[in-house]
Structure formats: structure tokens, C-alpha cells
Design a binder for this molecule. Sequence first.
Ligand code: PXL
Length: 278
Amino acid sequence: MSQDLLPPIVMVFAASDPSGGAGLQADIMTLSSLGCHPLSVITALTVQDSAGVEDVQPVDADWVSDQARALLEDMPVAAFKIGMLGSVENIAAIAEILSDYPDIPLVLDPVLASGRGDELASEDMISAMRELLLPQTTLLTPNSMEARRLALDDVDEPDEPNLAECARRLIGVGSEFVLITGTHEHSPQVVNSLYGENGLVRADAWERLPGSYHGSGCTLASAIAANLANGLDMVEAVRDAQDYTWRALANGFRPGMGQYFPDRFFWAREPDEDDGTA
Ligand code: PXL
């Protein structure tokens, strides 16, 4: 079999969500749905259901390093995607690995809390992300609340910075691009804004879907990583991944008593118009 037939390989650092709504499982499904082969480096285990996160058990940082190093020495990786990190030690270990692969694009989804508001990152972890990971990031994908928390200066600020100012600061810290998603803003449409070193690159407005979703951020960030691995440039990758994510959400389902889950394989369930059946 020719190497040309190799699917693009994307290495994910993320925590297990046994519900399959978010986390590593969401990343694996999204990357597979978009034609990539996912490598999964587990940073933490969680106990959760469709309503919220009950418990988190970080994986030992040496185990995180070993999982990644073994694969990186074996296979060509086209993109990195980072989700929930689990501990400051894991952040330091991952930052060290990434520094050996500066040419591979990195999509960092700064997971700070679950949809219900369960804390998934401590203040120390936020500082470590800012100092060790942002300078190595190609695209950071915070929601507006995460953008404000990450961009807040240590000095007390009387007013919250606006989102464009947050993006400017996060790019100042070292991320090449920042995509701030607008799901949590009180606007009639969801507006997602991509910023680069010269400010706003493009903004896309989407019909706001009713209901609350588990794993929409993981889906979007993984879809962008898949598109970059498939050779799209950043603007195309971000545009196309939003379209994919919106469709996964529009086809969402509610498997339990909590939030809706995106259907990352909505295309596999769509009726096939050309299959000859009535
Ligand atoms: O959606 C963010 C997220 C990422 N990773 C894990 C999660 C969550 C949200 O609950 O549990 C493991």
C-alpha cells in the first residue's frame, strides 16, 4: 500500500469523556468523520454523564509524555490538537514535547469548565497554559468566557476587556491566530471571530440553535485540526469546520437526561439519494 494513501494523522492530547459527548471521544469521532487518523494521548480520566462532570483523575505526566513520544518516533503527525489537560505537570510535559515539533500546527482548545460549569482547570493551570502553551499555538479556540479569563491581566482591571482586546492580548502572548466563539454571548446569532496579528480576519454568524450541547467546542477545534491536516489554509479550515460543527449540532441527539450531543457522523445517517430505493 502506497504512503500516498495514508490518511493525515492528528495527535490529540485530551481527557476521556466516557459519555462520548465531549473530550477525547468527541475528538476521535470528529477526526475520523473528516478523514483523519487520530492518535489519542490521554491526559485524564473523568466520571461524567450527559448532565455534568462528577470527578477527574489526571494521568501521571510521565505517562502522558511516554504515550506521545512512542508515537511521534513511529508516525508522521500532520497536526496537534489539545483539549483538557488535567494538571500543571501535564502542561509542562506536553509543552516540552511540542517544542521538538515547532513546524506542526497546533490547535489549542483551552478547556476551563464543562457546559454545566464544573471547573476543569485551576488558576495554576491557566497560568501554565498561558506561559508554556500559548507561545507554541497556531490557533487558540476559546469561547468568549475562556477568552476573558485567559486574557485578564494579573493587575486588577475595573472593566472587562472587549473580545477584540482579549484576542489582541492572546496573540501578544504568542498564539498565531485566535478564534473566539460566541455561543455564550447574548446575541441573536452566534458570531465566531477569527483574529490574527493584524486584528480581525473574518467573522461568521450562525443561526442560534435551541438547547444546550455537550462537546461543541471539542468538535469545532478537532474539525479545524482535521482541515489543517488535510492541507487547508487557516481561513478555509476555520470556515469549513464551523459549517461541519453547525451541521453536527443541528443533527444533535439527546441520549440521556442532560445535554444534547452533536452527531459527528450525521452524514452516515442521511438518506442516500442515489441508492435507488424508493
Ligand atoms: O467540552 C469540554 C470538555 C473537554 N474534555 C472533557 C470534558 C469536557 C466538558 O465536560 O469533560 C473530558
